[in-house]
Write a protein that binds this ligand. Sequence first.
Ligand code: BEZ
Length: 202
Amino acid sequence: MKLYFNPASPYVRKVRVTAHELGLSDKIELISVSLTPVSPHAGVRSSNPVGKIPALITEEGTALYDSPVICEYLEALAGGNRIFPAAGPVRWTALRRQALADGIMDAAVLTRYEQAVRPKELRWQEWADGQLLKIRTALDALEREELQDVFDIGTISVACALGYLDLRFADEGWRKSRPRLAAWAAAIGKRPSLAATAPPPP
Ligand code: BEZ
């Protein structure tokens, strides 16, 4: 399999952590790409029409995207319900947490583009503040969750979202008012799958 990849992308990291946990990392060749909404990558666009990473090319040559679909595909390849709980409330909790964490990533990546790519004279502060409010509110909700002793697609996604905030929004200091979430992130970050996929420092 081939995976279009960038080490900073929290969505790619989700896929890599999932592959690592399922023992599939060795079966995935990473194709490193750099891209933004204003500098798309032709190879990525030929696999995923909306031009986003991660995009996975399976052994059969089928392109799959985006991260929730690829993670579920990898789980099906590995067999069993190891990352996606099979049924019941635990499944819905895991999927809801994945959506919450993906929402943090969406707001953070859009804000990153606003800061790093959009020309200064075109920046819109209220829009950026709105994205930051989404991130803060989602983090406050996670502070109230019982994340301990759970390792599934929900908590993988949360760990990757927090890792992206550390990479690009260290000044936000998300740990300050969220001690439970901070302690949880420190503990889960020691897992080999998360340690092996940590983004390089900026
Ligand atoms: C980043 O550099 O922050 C980034 C790169 C790829 C995807 C998303 C974010």
